[in-house]
Structures are given as C-alpha cells and as structure tokens.
Ligand binder design. Structure first.
Ligand SMILES: Cc1ncc(COP(=O)(O)O)c(C=O)c1O
Length: 393
C-alpha cells in the first residue's frame, strides 16, 4: 500500500528548524535553497502515530501521563521481533532525549578529566556534551576502505589510557549510515572488556535498515558486555516525530540503571512528555507496516542517489546501510571546506550539513539527508550534478 512518501508536505512557514535555516537563502540564480541537513524527514509522521495523538487531543486533556501497563512488553516485543534482541522489561529506562541523558551519564558515571572515546567521523553532539561536562574527548579515526569506513582495532586500542572510562558507539552510525557488522562489534567488545570500558551504544537509527546486513545490538553478542553497557533507542527518527523526543535506554546492570534513574529524576528529564509517550506506544504497537514501506522507499532513494552521483559527478557516496543519512566525499573538487559549502549554497542551491560538524576528519565531506520525496531529491541532486558535474570537477 502506498504510504504517501511521494507526496510533498509543505513545511515552509511552519517554523520547522530545517526550513528556518534557509528562509531567506537563494542561490545565485535566485532559486530558493533546498535544505538537506538536519536529521528529520520530509514525510508525514507515521499515520498510526498521528491518529493516536489526535485521539488524545480529541479527548481533551493533556495532563501528566504515565506509560501504559503493557508498554515494557510492547517495547521488548518490538526489539525481539525486529532485531532479535532479547531484553527484559526491567532493563528499560525511559527519558526525554539522548543528549540530555548523555550529560547525566557522564556526570553520574565518570569524573572530570576522565576520557570518553568516540569514533571520527562521528555525531558532533557527543563531543559537545563530553567537553561541556569537563570530560576529555578522545576521537579514534575510522579507516576509509573503499566505499566504507571500518574499525582499525589497533588504532582504537592505542588511544586507550588509564583515564579512559567509556566508549561511545553509534549503530547505525551517524553520519556514515554504516551498520556495524558482527565481526567489528566483537572486536569492540573484546577491547572494552580488556580495558574495562563502559560501552555506550547510540542505536536511535536501529529501525532504519536500508540495505546490506541487518542491525545487531552489540549487547546481544555478549552477556558480559551487556552488563557494562547502556543502549539508546528511540522511535523518533524512525516514525518522524523528533520534535517530541522520547528515548528508551536499555541497561541490564541494575547498579548502573538505578544510579542513572536517580540522576534523570534529579534533573527532571526522566519522563518524556505526554504526547511523546502516546506517540511512542502507538509506533511500537502498530507502526511496523508503515516502517517496512518507509525502509523500502528510502532504499529506492539511496539507489537513485548513488546512481545519479556516480554517473554525472565525481562526488562519492559511501555505502549507506542504515539511517537516511549519506556521507558524501567532495575532495575531488579540490575546494576548501568554506568554498565547498559556499558552492553548494550559492551555485547548487542546496544546504547540506558540513563534514566538519562531525569531527576533525570531516574536511572535504558533507552529510546529506535523503529522506524526502524522490522528485524533490531528484531536483536537489540535479542541482548538485550541475555544479559538481564531471565538467566542473
Ligand atoms: C545518532 C543520534 N543520536 C542522538 C540524536 C539526538 O537525539 P535527541 O533528540 O533524543 O537528543 C540524533 C539526532 O540526529 C542522532 O542522529
């Protein structure tokens, strides 16, 4: 059944963050700039989610809200059915947002000056929260290997010191769209165990499986690592309601879980808002068919993107397996990052997220969000082809 992914939804003049950034922006030839940056989708939020929220609005009172009694089972069933990940209901620790919870995690489980390791390129917010918490950010470069980035275990191990406390993994990885394979996950597990690192796995894109091997929760591979790990999950990216952040952490270790629960309560970020909870439950209860159709549509978009860039430009797209984010290599253009960004806005009329937002190895790269109707994606890509086509490279 068509889920309407081809239908444009006008978000201009709706105060959407994505569109606010390009409100006044035009290309040199006067075309409005197409925004392909922030991580939300240009598709209507999943209908089952909208219906559940509409029902709550019609009822008429948006008061303080609790989770339904069957929510923990619902969440566990979702993880088991979609990801073959067996978890117990008591391991779930809900909260509002990943970023808010990170701050609590760093303050609760580490000391100022402790080292927190992440991969580069990597999601910029990790580093920001690490630094704001007065912890030491250590970035481990992932290794370029053809159309993908891979882990070099020796490089990771070489970055570990006696002050290293925690490793952050992002699976699927933002901005690379990489789904980590089981061999690499096992290497990470071995290193974490050898050095007694707490593993933090941000899996908020877990449901967006586009192609290749499916997502595996790293904690499903080892009981020992599950005992020393925190996993973030969220329905917000998947079902497109990022404006109502809802996060469910999965923490097997009761000691870690209860310390974090207290930290979240102390900061009053332990409970998503009422509509967020209603949206989350509806998504996990009834959202699977819509999600299957979404992943299929996104797969079509990524194939289109790959082909359009490959045939007409020297811009390289790294393999996208999960999420709706593509990592583009513009290095063959020979442009500096500021010239590259300017050419994309001024000549092509598209706003992408600068690679430098994703750490010190982002120079020459841009992240492109391809979750939009295919005709709109085609328009944006034809502009990139025009400005970065073989004749311009
Ligand atoms: C991997 C990842 N983690 C976390 C977030 C932000 O999550 P939240 O809005 O819950 O803080 C994003 C948003 O793009 C993301 O891509």
């Amino acid at each position: 059944m068509s889920q309407g992914f081809d239908e444009p939804v006008n978000r201009r003049d709706r105060n959407a963050t994505r569109w606010r950034a390009v409100e006044q922006a035009t290309s040199e030839d006067g075309e409005p700039v197409i925004p392909l940056w922030i991580a939300d989708m240009e598709f209507r939020t999943a209908p089952v989610v909208l219906e559940a929220m509409q029902e709550a609005l019609t009822h008429g009172i948006i008061g303080y809200q609790e989770w339904s009694a069957d929510f923990p089972q619902l969440f566990c069933r979702w993880q088991a059915d979609r990801h073959h990940w067996a978890i117990s209901p008591e391991w779930i620790l809900p909260c509002q947002s990943v970023i808010g919870a990170l701050d609590v995690i760093f303050h609760t489980l580490t000391q100022p000056g402790d080292e927190i390791i992440e991969f580069s390129p990597g999601f910029g917010a990790f580093g920001r929260v690490i630094r704001q918490s007065q912890r030491q950010q250590v970035t481990v470069p992932l290794k370029e290997n053809g159309a993908e980035y891979i882990l070099d275990p020796a490089t990771l191990e070489a970055c570990i010191t006696p002050r290293s406390r925690m490793l952050i993994l992002c699976n699927p990885h933002n901005p690379l769209g990489k789904i980590w394979g089981q061999d690499e996950l096992r290497q990470i597990i071995a290193i974490c165990q050898r050095h007694n690192l707490l593993l933090l796995s941000d899996d908020v894109h877990q449901d967006l499986h586009i192609q290749g091997a499916p997502y595996t929760s790293i904690t499903s591979l080892s009981d020992a690592i599950a005992d020393n790990a925190i996993t973030f999950t969220s329905p917000c990216k998947t079902f497109n309601f990022s404006g109502l952040p809802v996060t469910n952490m999965v923490i097997k270790n009761p000691g870690i879980r209860e310390r974090l629960r207290a930290g979240l309560v102390q900061r009053s970020i332990h409970k998503p808002d009422a509509l967020g909870m209603i949206a989350c439950e509806a998504a996990y209860r009834d959202g699977a068919p819509w999600l299957d159709a979404l992943c299929q549509y996104l797969h079509g978009n990524v194939l289109f993107l790959q082909q359009a860039l490959h045939q007409h430009t020297s811009v390289r797209l790294f393999n996208v397996q999960g999420s709706y984010l593509g990592w583009l290599d513009f290095r063959s253009s020979g442009l500096s990052q500021s010239m590259l960004e300017a050419r994309l806005i001024k000549k092509a009329g598209v706003l992408l997220e600068s690679g430098t937002q994703f750490g010190d190895r982002g120079e020459g790269f841009m992240r492109l969000n391809f979750a939009l109707p295919r005709a709109e994606l085609a328009q944006a890509i034809s502009r990139i082809q025009h400005s970065f086509g073989h004749k311009n490279a």
